[in-house]
Ligand binder design. Structure first.
Ligand SMILES: Nc1ncnc2c1ncn2[C@@H]1O[C@H](COP(=O)(O)OP(=O)(O)OP(=O)(O)O)[C@@H](O)[C@H]1O
Length: 442
């Protein structure tokens, strides 16, 4: 005799799908218990595994209040599936499920996905190793393409870690000089006495330790491109020599007498506004005009927040190539922290943070607890100033911050290890060195 307590029929899920499409069944703890095949296909099998909190599957606008509106008030809300990134959005509504008077949970019905407002047309683009969705960055790529075909000198301005060296590389790779050498020198990383011979070379016996001739970067870059990073840090005296080299297209090695012709295209970069350096008497105006025929400005990561999560995902993908862990998605808390962070070290900092989180965390979800300690530190109130501000917040104002207390705090926390201090601050070792020097600690 047939019984009303028959085992669940294998037809139930297909029937649910036929009637309502993509559906998640959610229990009273707001955790997924079942998903129709269409919901699974759209959200990913990992995302709809039984027991996963609904808040980790869908990012509902207004967070907890949005979930409350969806489940308790029965309102239709807008949600972004974590699996498909922030650019997709869908209308979602929930039907309460009860047996008699007893509430069992909800059927969450997923509407069709559309492009989220503000992302239309913001297609992603990869340009010589630089990934972006930001319209300003894409405009910059188009300018780079045009300028690369000329011999004009280019000055790239941007905070540490925004990709200035990648831009210089792209300029070289597209230019007619691409078969020639590309050389990069960081003018902030060398003491002035060494910088001159690194740039222009020296002859044997020019100074103690000059046991043989050295060609210098200009000659090594002959026929190609020379990237002068942190050009604002070149001492005034050397600026005059550099200007002469650019004007005469020849160098005189340290200790040498006769000029040596060189054919080099210069791409310079700085994190400082050069004009301000000129006004302060620290940089020669004539050299600025010579270097800055085409100025390019790279926006900081916090000025292109739409790039944060996709770039983070890309860095995770790279780590997964050689690592044991597969990260399916970010928890809502981790997403919020990443999106609202100030990123003083820009894309380099993001790459380092992802590596840290990948190594520290476990399992398919990247949680907020996996992020480095500075992410769990309290944020400074807006009126806080000086040494009272926490490490990262103190640097959120941008690349020109030389607050010595912040630098000392980072060094103290890192036990004097400069590499670790730079990581804490989200800047490169060279940038830390430069800031320490500017703060009077060589
Ligand atoms: N748009 C981007 N897409 C992917 N990776 C990027 C992007 N921008 C920067 N990076 C990565 O970030 C790191 C820093 O880039 P890069 O060295 O070009 O920055 P920078 O501005 O020259 O830094 P610094 O001034 O400190 O020398 C590199 O690992 C680079 O590959």
């Amino acid at each position: 005799m047939p019984t009303s307590r028959a085992l669940p029929s294998p037809l139930l899920l297909p029937a649910l799908e036929a009637l309502a499409g993509a559906v998640l069944l959610v229990d009273l703890q707001q955790r997924v218990t079942t998903a129709t095949p269409e919901a699974e296909a759209r959200l990913g099998p990992e995302a709809v595994r039984p027991g996963t909190p609904l808040a980790e599957v869908l990012s509902v606008s207004e967070g907890a209040r949005g979930l409350e509106a969806l489940l308790s008030q029965g309102r239709q809300v807008e949600a972004r599936p974590h699996a498909s990134g922030p650019s997709r959005v869908m209308r979602v509504r929930a039907v309460p499920l009860s047996q008699g008077a007893k509430r069992l949970g909800w059927a969450v019905l997923l509407g069709a996905e559309t492009e989220a407002e503000g992302t239309k047309g913001d297609a992603e683009e990869t340009f010589h190793g630089m990934w972006t969705r930001n319209p300003g960055m894409k405009r910059l790529f188009r300018i780079v393409e045009k300028v690369a075909r000329t011999e004009s000198s280019v000055l790239v301005r941007g905070e540490s870690g925004t990709g200035k060296e990648l831009v210089a590389n792209a300029l070289h790779a597209i230019s007619a000089r691409r078969k020639g050498p590309f050389r990069a020198i960081n003018c902030a990383a060398l003491p002035p006495s060494l910088l001159e011979s690194e740039l222009f070379g020296h002859v044997r016996g020019a100074f103690t330790g000059a046991v043989r001739d050295s060609p210098g970067h200009f000659r090594l870059a002959d026929g190609g491109t020379l990237f002068l990073d942190e050009v604002a840090e070149i001492p005034l005296e050397l600026q005059g020599k550099l200007l002469r080299v650019l004007e005469t297209r020849s160098i005189i090695p340290v200790g040498g007498r006769s000029p040596v012709p060189v054919n080099v295209r210069i791409v310079a970069a700085t994190h400082r506004p050069l004009r301000r350096e000129v006004e302060a008497g620290r940089f020669r105006a004539d050299l600025m005009y010579r270097l800055r025929v085409v100025p390019l400005f790279l926006p900081s990561l916090r000025e292109r927040r739409e790039d944060i999560l996709p770039l983070a995902r890309r860095f995770l993908n790279e780590l997964e190539q050689s690592g044991p862990r597969h990260v399916e998605r970010f928890s809502p808390g981790a997403r919020n922290l990443l999106e609202s962070h100030g990123w003083p070290g820009n894309v380099r900092e993001l790459r380092n943070v992802m590596e840290y989180a990948y190594v520290i965390g476990e399992g398919p979800v990247l949680h907020e607890a996996d992020l480095p300690p500075e992410f769990s530190e309290p944020r400074a109130p807006p009126e806080a100033t000086g040494s009272a501000r926490p490490l990262v917040a103190a640097l959120d104002t941008g690349g020109d911050d030389h607050d010595p207390a912040t630098l000392r705090a980072a060094l103290a926390r890192a036990g004097g290890n400069r590499t670790e201090a730079a990581r804490l601050l989200g800047i490169s070792r060279v940038t830390l060195w430069r800031r320490l020097r500017a703060a009077g600690n060589p």
